[in-house]
Design a protein around this ligand. Structure first.
Ligand code: FAD
Length: 404
């Protein structure tokens, strides 16, 4: 029986355990994870781990000795299936029961799968865990044509990695532009052009009708308009479902994620939720409750819980940020651009070094930077101030953002 039990050994769970020790918590602590590996970073899965540049060891969040040194018991291959909030007990798939004083739910999400004819053929993959990417890499030797379903970050990054490995790649996106949920039209079209320039085909406004196979393995992706795309391997990158069923069944309030308060407490006593599975009211979303899928959010919510448990004052919410690398583009985003009503481009798209500043009612709310790290860093520092920059000055890359 642990004092603090953390379910999920991903970015949020591992970071929370480390922060608890850092903030002086000395009680017993256990992490239960259904994976077989020590806590690791997911971002390289679709980038340098998929294309073979990084080894798994380079993705570990902490050196292996860290967990024993800090007296954090990590239980591998343990899937928590139910929670009894009244008795403060959890039960794992193997029947083991653990008591807790505080429970931290940090289970992230499961990659969504397709549910159409042919969706159980071999050769279909998602990119969420090390095991997923090991599975893709094991098949690549026999693969020439890859279809990536979904033009979000993971699909685009996977497409870039596979192009780098010489595969013929087609991206199929249901909406009329890539990254439609996270950015504006200007960046979407720039990124589409960049991928096409690298030889990737992009099919927009296209829905998958079925997958056709031969001897149990996928051979084609069939679109609603009848088009058939050759596919020796398919990557499905269509988002995640937060992994919250045991807590929902235990009575926690959930709505596209576990609803948590400013300290990441769920509606059940002594149970917190953090990371991709938590939905929280966010100062940078005008107070709306949102679920952010980013390392920065996982780390920040982990620190909030560690502060709450150890009685430290919580840190002020910081500007949300995110990054992605695709081909020769380093994309960095600060703030939340959803709901912007104006934007200004700084720098040169031709030179592949520019940023897009987003305004809402004249207020600078977010910035997307492409190979423009200085703008990104300065934007992160000033977005919280709610400034109203003059458009002409904002458009001049010679005027540093921190001068506003
Ligand atoms: P996770 O890291 O998913 O960890 C949850 C863990 O809980 C998993 O190990 C899971 O198996 C385990 N688990 C689930 N249910 C149970 C259960 N019932 N019992 C026990 N264990 C359970 N973010 C960025 O900011 N920048 C990027 O460039 C970026 N790239 C990404 C690329 C990929 C391919 C992926 C998948 C994500 C990327 N992200 C990126 C997002 C970022 O990795 C996530 O936001 C972050 O990992 C969230 O951490 P988490 O701990 O909430 O969830």
């Amino acid at each position: 029986n642990g004092d603090i039990v953390i379910v999920g050994g991903g970015h949020a769970g591992a970071q929370c355990a480390a922060a608890l020790r850092q903030y002086g918590y000395t009680g017993a602590m256990a992490i239960l994870t259904d994976e077989r590996d020590a806590p690791y970073e997911r971002p390289p899965l679709s980038k340098d781990f998929l294309n073979g540049v990084k080894t798994f060891d380079q993705m570990l969040l902490q050196p292996l000795a860290f967990w024993a040194d800090k007296q954090i018991d990590v239980h591998y291959g343990q899937r928590v299936e139910s929670v009894d909030a009244a008795r403060h007990e959890i039960t794992c798939a193997n029947g083991e029961c653990h008591g807790y004083r505080k429970l931290i739910w940090a289970t992230g999400g499961r990659a969504r799968r397709l549910h159409c004819e042919g969706s159980t053929l071999e050769g279909l993959h998602v990119v969420r865990t090390r095991a997923d990417v090991d599975g893709i890499r094991a098949e690549l030797g026999n693969v020439e044509h890859v279809v990536v379903i979904g033009g979000g970050f993971i699909g685009l990054e996977a497409a870039a990695s596979l192009r780098k490995l010489g595969k013929r790649v087609t991206i199929v996106e249901a909406l009329d532009r890539v990254l439609a949920r996270v950015t504006g039209q200007a960046l979407s079209s720039f990124i589409e052009d960049a991928h096409r320039a690298q030889g990737t085909q992009i099919v927009l406004s296209a829905k998958v009708a079925s997958l056709a196979g031969e001897r149990g393995r996928v051979r084609e992706v069939v679109l609603h308009d009848g088009a058939r795309l050759r596919a020796d391997l398919v990557i499905v990158g269509v988002g995640i479902e937060p992994a919250i069923e045991p807590l929902r069944a235990a009575g926690a309030h959930a709505e596209n994620g576990l609803v948590v308060d400013a300290s990441c407490r769920t509606t059940l006593d002594d149970i917190y939720a953090i990371g991709d599975c938590a939905r929280q009211s966010h100062a940078f979303a005008g107070g709306a409750a949102i679920r952010l899928e980013s390392v920065q959010n996982a780390v920040e919510q982990a620190a909030l819980v560690a502060s709450h448990i150890t009685g430290r004052a919580p840190a002020k919410p910081s500007v949300p940020w995110f990054w992605s690398t695709q081909h020769d583009l380093r994309i960095q985003m600060a703030g939340l651009s959803a709901g912007h009503d104006d934007f200004v481009i700084r720098g040169s798209r031709e030179a592949k070094a520019f940023s897009i500043a987003y305004l809402k009612d004249g207020v600078f709310v977010a910035l997307d930077a492409v190979n423009a790290t200085k703008d990104f860093v300065q934007a992160k520092a000033i977005i919280a101030k709610g400034i109203r920059p003059e458009r002409a000055a904002l458009a001049d890359p010679g005027v540093p953002l921190n001068s506003f």
